[in-house]
Ligand binder design. Structure first.
Ligand SMILES: *Cc1c(COP(=O)(O)O)cnc(C)c1O
Length: 458
């Protein structure tokens, strides 16, 4: 008999988590104004609000922290990190930053100016924020297949080459670079194929443009290329990663994802000109060039994390857990963005809470219901996150309305996945009786989802 699949690690340290009663959760949710970002973490049983900075470090990473060199300038920790990044990506120039959005801030300060247009697959919200705050425009050129959650496509994160070419023809010298997000977080953690990266490179070359990868989940992307794309089954993850980055001019990285550290990020590039330009902004925003907002010990933990997470076994354990949860949801007929993404399941709330009008935010309502059901914290990726149109000030109801269940790396077991699946099933089973959602009581102009205050519609 074939042996079943099991994790590629064992557990050496544990952290207790606590269940609560429905009455407690109702009270806490009310105090949090029906916004899960306002909940205390100790009031959460299973936390799927994000996979960012929430992973478990390995014993090797903790050991590496002891070797941190906290010298202000020229720390050996920096060189260990830089050498690892260069070995994995081929990029010679590295600027550490305190997290991914800081890498965007530093790089875009050099590369993006007012009136520019930055095309890509779909921009992450902070990426879009850093483009729009410079009075430039983020242009999504994602394939249309990504918008249909029930359609199976192996690389739903792909750039549409026709849309990209049109954008480059239309905006010409207003385009400073093309940005490809691997995996495509906004589209549901969906991967981009090597062929698509090659196509983007060829188009960029034709128009003389740089290609930057927003690389937060580059290792998960490489895993999907290995298991889904023809010609890659026998390549190692490290070989695939090297080939992916050979098609880019540079990268921004949130190390809180595939670096498996709790805080950190960096910029890397093969071009001295990009490095020299970005460098000028690292010092005032982040710090001196050999630490850029990171402790020496954290750079060492990151160097080890990058190496570990570009090994097949580690990635297989991770992605199989996300797939496991997806299979459980399939058993109950719960609709989500198909196929399961690398880091999360995106539950299609608009297909579940069909009696809740969009003006009452179905995905946010489902997020609240799941918490009340079992203390599980997901995150709305829908109409609240979409903010209002900057001109009309109307809510933007054009996109998808999803409940994201992000799975932290190496943190929960499949027993926890079972709890999530059954809790969601219980809500799903009474979906016909949920006819009212939530309304906004107070909100900010930008990125309102973090602080918005809501109340149930009576
Ligand atoms: C998380 C993330 C960022 C921003 O990184 P932070 O570390 O949260 O600042 C940028 N792009 C993508 C694709 C991300 O997932």
């Amino acid at each position: 008999m074939e042996l079943p699949f099991a994790e590629s690690w064992k557990i050496k340290m544990v952290e207790p988590i606590r269940k609560s009663t429905r009455a407690e959760r109702e009270q806490w949710m009310k105090e949090a104004h029906y916004n899960v970002f306002q909940l205390k973490a100790e009031h959460v049983y299973i936390d799927c609000i994000t996979d960012s900075g929430t992973g478990s470090m390995s014993d090797r990473q903790w050991a590496a922290m002891m070797m941190g060199d906290e010298s202000y300038a020229g720390a050996s920790s920096f060189f260990r990190l830089k050498d690892t990044i260069t070995r994995l990506t081929g990029f010679e120039y590295v600027i550490p930053t305190h997290q991914g959005r800081a890498a965007e801030n530093v790089l875009f300060s050099h590369m993006v100016k007012a009136g520019d247009v930055v095309p890509g697959n779909s921009h992450f919200d902070t990426t879009k924020g850093h483009i729009e705050s410079r009075k430039a425009f983020a242009l999504d050129c994602i394939i249309d297949e990504a918008k249909d959650t029930q359609l199976e496509h192996p690389f739903k994160g792909n750039v549409d080459p026709v849309k990209l070419e049109k954008a480059l023809e239309q905006y010409g010298n207003k385009v400073p670079f093309i940005i490809v997000t691997i995996t495509n977080n906004t589209a549901g953690g969906q991967p981009v194929s090597m062929q698509n990266l090659r196509d983007v490179r060829a188009i960029a070359d034709r128009f003389g443009k740089f290609v930057i990868f927003d690389s937060a989940r580059f290792a998960e992307n490489a895993y999907f290329i290995k298991v889904r794309e023809e010609g890659y089954a026998d390549k190692t993850i490290k070989e695939i990663v090297k080939e992916m980055f050979s098609l880019a001019d540079g990268m921004t990285m949130s190390a809180k994802k595939d670096g498996i550290v709790n805080m950190g990020g960096f910029i890397a590039t093969r071009h001295e000109s990009i490095y020299e330009g970005a460098k000028r902004f690292c010092i005032p925003f982040e710090g001196y060039l050999t630490y850029g907002g990171m402790n020496g010990r954290d750079m060492d933990a990151l160097a080890v994390g990058l190496d570990e997470n570009t090994e097949f076994d580690n990635l297989e354990t991770r992605i199989k857990q996300v797939e496991y949860l997806a299979k459980r949801l399939d058993e109950y007929g719960i609709p989500y963005q198909r196929p399961a993404g690398g880091h999360a399941i995106f539950v299609d709330a608009s297909k579940i809470l069909t009696h809740v009008p969009k003006e009452q935010f179905p995905a946010q309502t489902l997020t609240v219901e799941l918490y009340l059901e079992a203390g599980i914290r997901g995150c709305e990726i829908g109409y609240i996150l979409a903010d209002r149109d900057p001109v009309t000030r109307e809510n933007r109801f054009g996109g998808l309305d999803l409940l994201r269940l992000a799975i932290p790396r190496r943190v929960y077991t499949n027993n926890h996945m079972d709890v999530i699946a059954v809790a969601l099933k219980n809500v799903y089973d009474r979906r016909e009786s949920i006819t009212k959602g939530v309304r906004i009581v107070w909100e900010t102009e930008l990125m309102r989802h973090f602080t918005v205050q809501l109340e149930p519609v009576k």
